[in-house]
Write a protein of this length. Structure first.
Length: 176
């Protein structure tokens, strides 16, 4: 009898934990796109403005983590806020402008791991000319329960990685 109660307890615990996993996450929260940490004082911020953000993805959903489907609701605002949080961003005119094309934005899982990816092509227009580069912001982490908070955190970390790369690229060309 004790064995059956113990076994039943494990089944109940497993069912309770699986109930924590969502079947659908309603996109990303724009307020979660926190500004990236300020660059060290030795690296001056390069003044830039964002001319456009063009989402070139065919499928606007953001993927799936186990059984949790992540739709693209709020993605454009979240990404725009994240790009505007790069040090040096000017809301008005600036000597450097960025044209951003979103090529990929997704999250997927394999076993207990999840990977959030943001791939953008950035065309930078500056007084010295025009150049183009592709950046991939990525976060690989453990998937505990496929919760909305976990998925948001993975995308936020991928965005922070993207912010660091674009910011470093701007700073390296600005100082020339």
């Amino acid at each position: 009898m004790k064995h059956l109660l113990l076994r039943g307890g494990f089944v109940a615990l497993a069912l309770a934990l699986s109930a924590c996993a969502a079947d659908r996450v309603a996109g990303l929260k724009a307020s979660a796109a926190r500004p990236m940490p300020a660059a060290p004082a030795t690296t001056p911020a390069c003044a830039f403005a964002i001319q456009s953000v063009d989402d070139r993805r065919e499928d606007k959903s953001l993927g799936k983590v186990v059984r949790t489907q992540v739709d693209g609701e709020g993605f454009a605002t979240w990404l725009g806020d994240g790009l505007a949080a790069i040090p040096g961003h000017a809301s008005g005119a600036a000597p450097t402008t960025l044209q951003v094309e979103v090529l990929k934005a997704y999250i997927h899982s394999i076993g207990y791991l999840k990977s959030a990816n943001l791939v953008v092509r950035v065309t930078t227009v500056e007084p010295a000319g025009r150049r183009q580069a592709t950046f991939r912001g990525v976060n690989g982490s453990t998937n505990w329960n496929s919760t909305e908070a976990e998925i948001q955190e993975a995308f936020d970390r991928a965005l922070a990685d993207l912010q660091q790369q674009i910011g470093a690229d701007l700073a390296s060309h600005c100082s020339r």
